[in-house]
Design a binder for this molecule. Structure first.
Ligand code: NDP
Ligand code: PYC
Length: 345
């Protein structure tokens, strides 16, 4: 049986934050990055949990993210667009700064946008969309990544794994949230299969010659495939347009040109939208929150599950039982704390 260590959520936060502070991040960056990584581990999202610490530190060591960045926000009077300049730091601190401003604008205008520019982004999007639903607003979040996905009908990496998340606030329960890569799987999943020596399921990727492959190494050297064929390919392209070109930031192929590798966290921008259900439904029959509950009850009534239910169940388990880490994971945390950036080769 694999030996495991159980840590409480605050204990894991303390360890992870200490690693980032030791590696030279300021308090703003270390706090925000720690919160999102520990949330991933807590919610059983291993592809964006503590496994991401090493990549974040590698990006710091390569000089492709500013560990001491302090993001700044700007909102013009009468505008529904909030702009946050991440100033070359990780996206997470910039998003934390921007969300309260986004919420205030969405309440004033019904719909508002948060544009984050010049950030390094390695994380899952559900913590960001949940920060919007926590304000009683519906939200959409999207960002590019780096060119690793072939468009449907093509054979070379061009689009990113471009995550897309949506959230709807619920008054008496956890929000309705989905968050997925627009590729069949997140790239982190391919890397986790490689590390575990496991084959990929069919249909995830093609090799460098454009042939289907289940070998993670060949997939990483070739291209991943969009989910849902031409439909995922089009949504991935929309994300390049809205969260890249529209906001004056890098597209996934430009990110890869800039970094020259997929071993560092991608550097680009991000678009977050917030909608006030009360403002949109004003003057129309029915309460939007009550109508949404009817929809959710009907979905569940058919035996289907709502997205994020697995995550919310894992969150509750982590709060009561703690988070189980393997001996190898604990050893890696200890090594990163002891050696700092010297642990990164
Ligand atoms: P998954 O396919 O694991 O999950 C996608 C969503 O579908 C989740 O909300 C999940 O909820 C839900 N879901 C899964 N199975 C069912 C089901 N049977 N019925 C209803 N809902 C279901 O996600 P991906 O692997 O595509 O992405 C994983 C993460 O990677 C995301 O958080 C994404 O943001 C992140 N990512 C980040 C990138 C970046 O550049 N920053 C790039 C690509 C991905 P549940 O969690 O409860 O299972
Ligand atoms: O898992 O595809 C991914 C990913 C890319 C950047 C951050 N996560």
């Amino acid at each position: 049986m694999t030996e495991t260590t159980i840590l409480t959520v605050p204990a894991l936060e303390e360890r992870v934050k200490a690693i980032f502070l030791r590696a030279g991040l300021n308090d703003v960056q270390a706090g925000a990055v720690t919160r999102v990584i520990v949330a991933g581990e807590r919610d059983a999202c291993k592809s964006h949990g503590i496994y991401r610490i090493e990549g974040a530190l590698r990006t710091v060591k390569a000089g492709k993210v500013k560990p001491d960045a302090v993001p700044t926000a700007a909102v013009e009077d009468g505008s529904a667009i909030v702009r946050v300049d991440a100033r070359g730091g990780f996206a997470n601190a910039a998003v934390e700064l921007g969300i309260p401003l986004l919420a205030e604008r969405a309440r004033a205008f019904g719909l508002a946008a948060l544009v984050v520019n010049d950030c390094s982004h390695f994380s899952a999007l559900w913590p960001e969309v949940e920060a919007i639903t926590a304000q009683g607003l519906a939200g959409i979040v999207m960002c590019p990544s780096y060119a690793t996905v072939a468009p449907t009908g093509g054979s070379k990496p061009l689009l990113g794994t471009n995550p897309f998340a949506f959230g709807w606030p619920r008054k008496d329960s956890a929000p309705y949230v989905f968050d997925f890569a627009t590729s069949v799987a997140a790239r982190g999943e391919i890397e986790l299969h490689r590390r575990a020596g496991k084959s990929l399921p069919e249909g995830w990727a093609i090799d460098a010659d454009g042939n289907p492959t289940t070998d993670p190494e060949a997939a990483l050297a070739g291209a991943m495939l969009p989910f849902g064929g031409h439909k995922g390919s089009a949504i991935g392209t929309m994300i390049e347009l809205l969260a890249g070109i529209l906001i004056g930031d890098l597209t996934s192929p430009e990110v890869l040109d800039y970094l020259g590798t997929t071993t560092l966290s991608p550097f680009h921008g991000e678009l977050l939208l917030a909608f006030s259900p009360e403002a949109f439904a004003k003057g129309r029959p029915g309460d939007p929150f009550a109508r949404a509950e009817t929809l959710f009850e009907t979905i569940v009534g058919q035996g289907a599950r709502l997205p994020s239910q697995r995550r919310f169940a894992a969150r509750a388990r982590s709060a009561s039982d703690g988070i189980a880490l393997t001996a190898a994971e604990i050893a890696q945390l200890d090594r990163l704390l002891e050696k700092g950036l010297d642990a990164i080769v």
